[in-house]
Design a protein around this ligand. Structure first.
Ligand SMILES: [Fe+2]
Ligand SMILES: [Fe+2]
Length: 272
């Protein structure tokens, strides 16, 4: 089974660029095209937050029209740029609000279980692992003790070395790590937010952030690195579960590159 993880689309109203530079709507459309031309197609699509740039109804409507082109199930969770109310109103068939007003969800994908956590703090850029979400995770893990688990949330629970993003990572990360480390069947912790592909050992499993399908955060490990982004080639992650239920993750470029070229040269070229 294959799960494509796309992240941080930052959809804008029609005709608007993100930060006056990034044509995120067109980039999201290219990402959808890239998913649709995969062979085999992904079985599921996971979107790890920042679906829109400002949480506007018009932005969610544009995204909804894009996601309708996907034939496979789509699973979404909010990022700090989203607004739960508007997101839920547009995507009632994709997500639900719990009794605490959060978008914590469990999805049984057959060969594994996907736990989607809502790490959003309304009005803030950083994330939180609050008491309600902690209780939800404990309950979900207790209900699926012998199943491979993927836990997805927008904010990474580990520092990346990109200082301005580390300042707005998941708060209460050590409490989250204690829960993760108590469950050996958690195969991955999957995040967005950092707009770069980064992996880390975390709570005895692998935690990783996805690249954005739009703009990328500038790779800059100086302690005083300013917040900045680039228009590096966008990509997404493809998590493949094999027969041993091992997960192998690929980073897939969205735009076509020159090639493919065969490793074996035709005979007429070998003589040159
Ligand atoms: Fe983002
Ligand atoms: Fe974010």
């Amino acid at each position: 089974m294959r799960i494509a993880q796309i992240s941080d689309l930052h959809i804008r109203p029609a005709g608007h660029l993100a930060y006056g530079v990034a044509e995120t709507n067109g980039m999201a459309e290219r990402a959808i095209h890239a998913l649709l031309r995969m062979d085999p197609l992904p079985d599921h699509v996971l979107i790890t937050g920042d679906l829109t740039d400002c949480g506007l109804e018009e932005e969610y409507a544009i995204l909804k029209s894009l996601l309708k082109r996907l034939p496979m199930p789509v699973h979404i969770l909010p990022g700090n740029h989203d607004r739960r109310g508007g997101m839920h109103a547009m995507f009632t068939e994709y997500c639900a609000l719990d009794a605490h007003g959060r978008m914590n969800q469990v999805k049984d994908l057959g060969v594994c279980v996907l736990i989607l956590l809502d790490s959003v703090v309304e009005g803030a850029s950083h994330g939180a692992f609050d008491a309600e979400t902690s209780a939800f995770l404990e309950q979900a893990l207790a209900a699926h003790r012998n199943r491979p688990i993927l836990v997805a949330l927008h904010h990474p629970p580990f520092t990346t070395g990109i200082s301005h993003m580390d300042a707005i990572m998941l708060q209460d990360a050590s409490r989250f790590e204690a829960t993760v480390s108590a469950h050996r069947n958690i195969e991955r912790v999957l995040c967005g937010h950092v707009h770069r592909p980064i992996q880390c050992r975390f709570g005895g499993t692998i935690a990783q952030t996805a690249p954005s399908v739009a703009h990328q955060v500038l790779f800059d490990l100086r302690v005083d690195a300013p917040g900045a982004f680039t228009l590096e080639a966008p990509s997404f992650l493809l998590h493949c579960l094999d027969a041993q239920q091992r997960i192998v993750t690929h980073q897939v470029q969205i735009d076509r590159a020159p090639g493919p070229f065969p490793f074996v040269l035709p005979a007429e070229l070998l003589s040159h």
